[in-house]
Design a protein. Sequence first.
Length: 58
Amino acid sequence: MNSNKDDDILAETENLTIWRSREDMGFMYHIELGSISLHLIPDEWEELVILVSQAASR
């Protein structure tokens, strides 16, 4: 993970981390899933949160 002071860890488990960094266009959201990393702009992040919430409610 980047150690910039504007970075925030949003959630973390033993194997997974979700964090965000402040970029010129706003926040960039980063999801570290073992060897896979996702980097999402705010619109993509919001869509993913809705998708996971819907899946979790089933």
